[in-house]
Design a protein around this ligand. Structure first.
Ligand code: ZN
Length: 343
């Protein structure tokens, strides 16, 4: 739908360890953020025509009443604080463009910056090098606002709110509405269960210090505890926080050859995001998870169900990322090779 090259981009290795305190906004700005501001100041000073594009972006309402920089003769005077505020409100952490170096650059894009946030966005972005590709996730009726998620929807409500605090708005998507309607006690109990999973059980899984049978029992207990918090809160949709423990559980089912249980668990994980329904919240994790549904159905001998899931995921990738069959096979080779004898 939209391809955009960065107005400015900075890689950690180029920006070095530079950082500065912005005492006006009480922010610490890292190397890449400082470097982007410097780049933009230079770019706009050398080519003042670009200033209109840049200064039309949201600046956090810190500069109400200020007029955009005007050319006086050959001179353009800039407010570097405003440049910095615009960057802070609009810069993206672009995907690693030098994949082998795992370098995550910061970048500022003009057109994509006009898109507002919704955890349940109707568009999604991905990167090819520093080129941002934005695709529509579904048919969008004429006149509908285009939105995309600034933060991963699998973050819990508190984390999403914290990450978006600087943007100064309250998200009213279906997920946030459901999250906000929950009693505090349910949220806290669930957070404690999640902490136990992350701090205790995951460690044991990582170090292989418990048997598969014990691991399955312990994860099942956590899942039951979390399910109860949703039930107590009368909540049946977007139980997304279950995703991580269920993912560990499904993996254990695979290891212990309980393929049908694995398939059902992976399938349940897909439903947490409303996959395939009008309520769907898109996340790239759905691709691998969906392929695992297919894989476990194949392993369980339910070939038709496996094929159906493979097809559903192929369709979802076509919509969200495009590309032909060859590219799909290449990109997901690791999972697909584990069951290529079935299709
Ligand atoms: Zn939201």
């Amino acid at each position: 739908m939209l391809l955009s090259k960065p107005f400015a981009i900075s890689y950690p290795s180029e920006a070095g360890t530079l950082f500065q305190m912005n005492t006006v906004r009480s922010l610490t700005e890292t190397g890449t953020q400082v470097s982007i501001v410097n780049q933009i100041v230079q770019k706009v000073l050398h080519n003042p025509k670009l200033s209109q594009q840049f200064f039309s972006l949201y600046d956090g309402n810190f500069h109400r009443g200020e007029v955009d920089p005007q050319l006086e003769g050959d001179n353009l005077s800039l407010d570097a604080f405003r440049v910095s505020d615009i960057c802070s409100m609009n810069s993206f952490s672009a995907g690693p463009s030098k994949i082998e170096e795992r370098e995550e650059p910061s970048a500022l894009y003009i057109m994509p910056s006009y898109m507002n946030h919704s955890c349940k966005g109707n568009c999604a972005r991905y990167f090819i090098g520093d080129l941002m590709v934005i695709r529509a996730l579904r048919n969008i009726p004429n006149g509908t606002e285009l939105t995309m998620s600034y933060v991963p929807p699998n973050d819990n409500y508190a984390d999403r709110t914290r990450k978006m605090a600087k943007h100064n708005f309250v998200c009213d998507c279906d997920l946030c509405v459901v999250d906000r309607s929950e009693p505090v006690l349910s949220v806290q109990t669930r957070a404690l269960a999640m902490k136990k999973f992350e701090n205790e059980i995951r460690d044991k899984l990582r170090t292989n210090s418990i048997s598969d049978v014990q691991a399955i029992q312990e994860i099942q207990k956590i899942v039951a505890l979390m399910e109860k918090t949703y039930k107590d809160a009368n909540r049946s949709t977007y139980k997304i926080e279950l995703f991580l423990p269920l993912s560990a559980l499904a993996m254990k089912y695979m290891f212990t050859h309980q393929f049908l249980k694995a398939a059902e668990t992976y399938e349940y994980m897909m439903s947490l995001y409303g996959f395939g329904t009008d309520a769907e919240i898109w996340s790239p994790v759905l691709v691998d998870t969906g392929l695992h549904v297919a894989q476990s159905y194949f392993e369980a001998g339910q070939v038709q169900k496996g094929k159906k899931w493979l097809q559903r995921i192929r369709e979802a990738v076509k919509v969200t990322a495009g590309g032909d069959d060859k590219e799909f096979m290449k990109k997901h080779a690791q999972v697909l090779h584990s069951f290529d004898k079935y299709y």
